[in-house]
Design a protein around this ligand. Structure first.
Ligand code: HXC
Length: 509
């Protein structure tokens, strides 16, 4: 056999992975193979594979080249990315030390060159036959994930059953995309659970995509199928710089920077207890069609996502009055804090739209540590040195006003709409505290209470109380929000800020 024929024979063996029967099983489950996924993700013909010949050591006669993971680099929309795809047809995509080191070498390459890292995961977790060496390999992957955190974007796509370490590595990355029905994530699978606790639950209900996208918040995106999951990666990257020293990609504007929207002037209902959809505000203000929501089905009382304003990528944080009146609970606090922290790491300005009656009261929230979780929002906003602009559209009461990127937390620009109600407490609660004795003295306090509430609303629950004291920078016509924000972003884009030197703070996790 000539040298070239030997090379071709070996390449054919590599392409075959775990064999045609296992490839057929993969397809029967509605799953692509690792190489098909790479072809679907990357710009055509750009993939360069690394270390395809590796064999788990000591290699036996049945060892399969590549050891269950395809690693390499390619392009997405013309920009370089490093990517690995686990091959479920080879030992169930399980991670040996060899498999792990292919991934860690790719992490090093991505980190050294400032290139995003994408993992396409489909794995039974630590390879059982490898014993502690497999665990050691996972430890090395986790180490690489943490060193890369905040330096390059890291995106995990869950495309099969991802058990144990196969869940922890994505949890250390920035975004997790799960494919509905075919992917699952758990630390302990259904079989082990049954034997340890007796609990009987299937993969889907224990750790399926819908569970993690709506209940646990582990997944940031859910996709109907693999193609859509890979499309989500491409769209996500379009908002992100390749690393922490680059700015996010500025695209040619697709929308009129001077566009106003008079519909916003009448969006806020007269009755403060009637909700409206904050998505209407967001979609009106940002470049048309550019809002890309993260964590869409988890903690829906808060909204976070990426968008563009005049072609400039930004991070958006908002309350949703349609869900729990926009109150901040533990999950919303975690959702907001993590997103602001990510935006700061990757130089995305943060635009905040506030309409919240406050933190959610109740023993369940207090006992769950709402103080600790709420503190994360404050920490993230203060720590963020990117441009920060906040707009109070309606309610900004108490802690909810302060934590949502207020001026005291370092907002560069703090604006309000005329309907804004900014005060320590809502009118009803404030009147009950301030005039308890007077109200108790009345046989029927209804009329007095109504008059006191109206007075409080007129004097305290307006944006002008704050604006007259310089705590708000301006009260703007809602229709003018888009041009106002675009002008501010143009001004703030070039700023840099210096922070006190420290190793790092201690985030209240
Ligand atoms: C070695 C494995 C494997 C593993 C699967 N395989 N998981 N081989 N180590 N961890 C192999 C199977 O033996 C099988 O080989 C092939 O992959 C396909 O697996 P199936 O079970 O046939 O597939 P399926 O029915 O789809 O079930 C997939 C699965 C299940 C849910 C992932 O295989 C499973 O429960 N595996 C074990 C999961 C687990 O407990 N892993 C360890 C987690 S602990 P053949 O030759 O028959 O095709 C961990 C430690 C790190 O990861 C912790 C860090 C904090």
């Amino acid at each position: 056999m000539s040298q070239l024929e030997e090379l071709q024979r070996r390449h054919a063996q590599i392409r075959e992975g775990g064999g045609q029967a296992r490839i057929d099983q993969q397809h029967a489950k509605g799953k692509m193979t690792a190489r098909e996924r790479l072809a679907a993700l990357l710009d055509a013909g750009t993939f360069q594979e690394l270390q395809p010949f590796t064999l788990d050591q000591p290699a036996d006669a049945d060892a399969i080249p590549g050891d269950g993971v395809v690693t390499g680099f390619g392009h997405i929309d013309g920009r370089p990315v490093c990517v690995y795809a686990q091959d479920f047809t080879v030992y169930g995509g399980s991670v040996s030390l060899t498999h792990a080191r292919k991934i860690t070498q790719l992490q090093d390459l991505a980190l050294r060159n400032g290139i995003p890292l994408i993992g396409l995961l489909d794995s039974g977790g630590a390879r059982i036959q490898g014993g502690v060496t497999s665990l050691h390999g996972y430890g090395e992957i986790f180490h690489g994930n943490v060193l890369a955190s905040g330096v390059i974007p890291q995106i995990a796509v869950m495309m099969g059953p991802c058990a144990g370490g196969a869940s922890y590595s994505p949890a250390l990355m920035d975004f997790i995309i799960m494919v509905d029905k075919t992917s699952s994530m758990y630390i302990t699978g259904p079989d082990v659970l049954k034997s340890v606790t007796g609990e009987s639950i299937d993969h889907e209900r224990l750790g399926g995509a819908r569970v993690h996208a709506a209940i646990s918040g582990v997944a940031h995106f859910i996709a109907e199928d693999e193609e859509l999951a890979l499309h989500t990666v491409r769209r996500l990257l379009s908002y992100l710089p390749s690393n922490n020293v680059e700015n996010p990609p500025l695209l040619p504007p697709t929308d009129d920077a001077a566009r106003t929207d008079v519909a916003l002037n009448t969006l806020i209902p007269n009755d403060p207890n009637v909700p409206y959809d904050m998505h209407v505000v967001l979609n009106s203000v940002v470049d048309r069609g550019s809002f890309f929501e993260v964590h869409q089905t988890w903690a829906q009382n808060a909204i976070v996502g990426f968008a563009r304003l005049d072609g400039q990528p930004v991070g958006i944080v908002a309350q949703q009055p349609m869900v729990m009146a926009g109150a901040i609970d533990i999950n919303a606090a975690d959702k907001i804090a993590r997103f602001v922290c990510f935006c700061d790491a990757f130089n995305l300005p943060v635009l905040t739209f506030v309409d919240s009656p406050g933190f959610l009261p109740g023993a369940a929230q207090e006992h769950g540590g709402i103080i600790r979780h709420g503190a994360k929002i404050i920490y993230a906003y203060v720590e963020a040195s990117v441009p920060k602009i906040s707009v109070v559209t309606r309610k900004g009461y108490g802690g909810a006003y302060i934590v949502m990127g207020s001026k005291s937390l370092g907002a560069d620009l703090h604006l309000a709409w005329p309907a804004a109600e900014i005060a320590v407490l809502g009118p009803e609660a404030a009147v009950n505290v301030l005039y308890r004795r007077e109200l108790a003295a009345e046989a029927d306090p209804t009329a007095l209470r109504a008059a006191l509430i109206a007075d409080y609303r007129a004097t305290h629950a307006t944006p002008y109380y704050a604006a007259e004291r310089g705590i708000l920078d301006n009260v703007i016509e809602p229709a003018q929000t888009r041009p106002t924000l675009i002008a501010a972003l143009r001004f703030l884009r070039e700023q840099t800020r210096h922070r006190p030197a420290k190793k790092h703070g201690v985030m209240p996790v």
